[in-house]
Ligand binder design. Structure first.
Ligand code: NAP
Length: 247
């Protein structure tokens, strides 16, 4: 039997940080599964960059917060490819923010952010963990946030969801460490993406020792290292990448 193809699944990889991670992991040699929720055109662009670089990528559209979609799309793919593919790397990157003070935060504002950022982690990680355990190797890396470490006013929902993923990361690392699986999180500060386009870099950069927002590619470099064999003794960690912004 020929060796199984090694895949990396990156959630929310049509744009921003996820896109940069997908491109980097493809350059590292992984076949990349590009997950996204709705933006077909941007997802195609991510794939085109990877293919142009000589890499391999497959689009996998599903909403990480929708358990039925995750089971159908990701579960279905895993079943279909159980003899020829293995997901070695999972990057839980899909995320949204919906900032409001608690005073104005409606149940839907709380639920929406928790569903994507925290329950999405559960849905996707749960779907791949059995295969990773059987394979006795894996890298699970989640993109959290400075907000999940320090808490940010106006982001109670987002801070709670990201802090939840940090707790889940530390717990899961202890469950699966013996099987060669590491589980870590990266916590960016301000990174230039669509998510932060409403935030004024000129106004905020003075608070950041690096005196600028970060680039998605800088986050992708860190994720690439954690996803590599070189990082085999790093687990249950949250690594900040924020230009020195005090957390
Ligand atoms: P972005 O530019 O808004 O891109 C978000 C990506 O996630 C898009 O590809 C989007 O898909 C996808 N997505 C959103 N909801 C999804 C869902 N329910 N299911 C599947 N995919 C979904 O965001 P970003 O700035 O790159 O952020 C990426 C991650 O980094 C997030 O977890 C965010 O919280 C975290 N983060 C960002 C910053 C920052 O400064 N940018 C800082 C700290 C942490 P579509 O393209 O189809 O809409």
């Amino acid at each position: 039997m020929s060796a199984k193809l090694k895949y990396a699944l990156v959630t929310g990889a049509a744009r921003g940080i996820g896109k940069a991670i997908a491109i980097k992991l493809a350059a590292d040699g992984y076949h990349v599964l590009i997950n996204y929720r709705s933006n077909d055109a941007e997802a195609e662009k991510t794939k085109a960059v990877i293919v142009e670089q000589g890499g391999n990528a497959t689009l996998m559209k599903f909403d990480v917060s929708d358990r039925t979609e995750v089971t159908t799309m990701l579960g279905g793919w895993l079943e279909q490819h159980q003899d020829d593919a293995v997901i070695e790397v999972l990057i839980n990157n899909a995320g949204i923010r919906n900032d409001k003070l608690l005073l104005w935060m409606e149940p839907k504002d709380w639920d929406g952010v928790m569903d994507v950022n925290l329950t999405g982690f559960y849905n996707v990680t749960k779907a791949i963990i059995n295969q990773m355990l059987l394979n006795r190797y894996g890298r699970i890396i989640s993109v959290v946030s400075l907000s999940g470490l320090k808490g940010v006013a106006g982001q109670m929902n987002y801070s709670a969801a990201k802090a939840g993923v940090i707790g889940a990361t530390k717990a899961l690392a202890q469950e699966v460490g013996k099987r060669g699986i590491t589980v870590n999180a990266v916590a960016p500060g301000y990174i230039k993406t669509d998510m932060t386009q409403d935030i004024d870099e000129q106004e905020l950069k003075a608070q950041i020792p690096a005196n600028r927002f970060g680039d998605s590619e800088e986050v992708a470099e860190l994720v690439s290292f954690l996803a590599s064999k070189k990082a085999s003794y790093i687990s249950a960690e949250v690594i900040s990448i924020n230009g020195g912004l005090y957390s």
